[in-house]
Design a protein around this ligand. Structure first.
Ligand SMILES: Cc1cc2nc3c(=O)[nH]c(=O)nc-3n(C[C@H](O)[C@H](O)[C@H](O)COP(=O)(O)O)c2cc1C
Length: 396
């Protein structure tokens, strides 16, 4: 991490002393470190400690004495390769989630375009407070990274959630961040995600329970590693990842059109979308009335996005997803050949915590040479990383 410029923002929680150790670890790894402190953080540790550890001036005010005032308040924001907020109080989290910039720490955080990692720490009731949780979700949706607090002994003497991640863990996350940052620089990845909708009449459609979480997780991880990401998504209700080109579609035909139009320049296409295999033969122009006892809707085969692009694949890598409830491996092998995939990620919604609508997934990789590799049940972010590792083994 030699010469990486890290700003450590310190807010007023009991865990401020751990930020001292973090600064020491960063300096030992040859980072350049500058520290900014809130007024309340200085109630816990004197700025001199950080000044000595960072071997740099400590920023404690937007209007410091004897300093040039014109751009002082955004000096750190521009200087940083990475900004850490350790510990992040409930107060700081709330301020940044709402665009407040009323001291040197919040001004630096709102004024930076560099990546920011929050390490929250607080009493368990504060952490579980609905407003705090909502603010954390809001920050995540803005693209801020989080190192969640752990369980442990809290300053108030109880054993619960809210304890700041240990400095060694935060340091390891910083190392991982810099290592991953440019791993996929120059790579172009298109990801299809979410469900498609096929309309029966103006107010009803056939769809499936896909939430888009798996595709969005891959898009987010790829973008964080520097790839240029295009996300073609069906209608979903989860926040869109920052920094990706998003194309929102409704039907399978729209998904095929958007994917084809953006296909040529891609290195990799990952087909996570749950595309409807069938659609109504005709769409009623008026709402179908509830008149007959039974209603029969004739369905016809839908376009197959992965199959169509598989026909013109050339040098690109295509990764498919298979939702199978029986004969998973054999069905995936057949699909892999028919759609010209390089490998398939197979998941079974009958396994608890797997496939649709869950934050986790249990997948098996199925390769063209007949090999398979089964992963344990993992958060979708980790499944996303495992998929990227399989696509770019030379990068990891
Ligand atoms: C002894 C003590 C410990 C505190 N620890 C925390 C803490 O761990 N997390 C937190 O969010 N607030 C904590 N607080 C409350 C914050 O200091 C308070 O909300 C303050 O307004 C935060 O200001 P800042 O975010 O500008 O630094 C603590 C207060 C005291 C007196």
């Amino acid at each position: 991490m030699t010469n990486k410029k890290v700003v450590v923002c310190v807010s007023g929680g009991i865990a401020v002393y751990k930020a001292c150790e973090l600064v020491r670890l960063l300096k030992k790894a040859n980072c350049e470190v500058k520290v900014a402190m809130t007024k309340n953080a200085m109630e816990f540790v004197n700025p001199t400690t950080f000044e000595v550890l960072s071997q740099n001036e400590v920023f404690t005010s937007v209007f410091p004495e004897n300093k040039r005032k014109d751009t002082y308040h955004i000096e750190l924001a521009r200087w940083a390769d990475l900004v850490l907020i350790v510990p992040a109080t409930a107060n700081i989290i709330g301020k940044i989630a709402n665009g407040i910039a009323d001291d040197i720490v919040t001004t630096t955080l709102t004024g930076t375009k560099s990546p920011v990692i929050f390490a929250p720490a607080m009493n368990d009731f504060m952490f579980e407070n609905s407003a705090v949780q909502q603010n954390i979700q809001k920050l995540k949706s803005f693209g801020y990274l989080m190192i969640p607090p752990g369980f442990g002994e809290l300053a108030c003497g109880i054993y619960s959630i809210g304890r700041l991640a240990e400095p060694e863990i935060i340091f390891a996350e910083v190392e991982k961040f810099f290592k991953n940052q440019n791993l996929l620089l120059g790579k172009k990845i298109l990801i299809t995600a979410g469900p498609t909708r096929e309309f029966i009449d103006p107010v009803r459609f056939i769809s499936n329970p896909s939430t888009g979480k798996m595709g969005f997780a891959i898009a987010e991880q790829s973008q964080k590693m520097g790839a240029e990401v295009t996300l073609v998504s069906g209608k979903v209700s989860i926040p869109f990842p920052n920094g990706v080109k998003l194309i929102s579609v409704t039907t399978a035909e729209e998904m095929l059109k958007a994917t084809s139009e953006n296909y040529e320049k891609q290195d990799v296409v990952i087909f996570t979308a749950a595309v409807g295999d069938y659609k109504p033969k005709t769409i009623s122009t008026e709402k179908i009335k509830k008149s007959e006892e039974n209603l029969t809707i004739e369905l016809v085969k839908n376009v197959d996005v992965a199959y169509e692009l598989g026909k013109i694949k050339k040098g690109k890598i295509h990764v498919g997803f298979a939702v199978e409830t029986e004969n998973e491996i054999a069905n995936s092998q057949e699909k892999l050949k028919r759609k010209n995939f390089d490998f398939i990620v197979c998941n079974n919604p009958k396994i608890e915590g797997s496939a649709f609508s869950t934050p986790t997934n249990k997948v098996t990789f199925v390769f063209g040479n007949g090999k398979t590799e089964e992963l344990p049940l993992l958060p979708k972010e980790q499944v996303a990383l495992a998929i990227l590792e399989k696509i770019f083994p030379e990068k990891f």
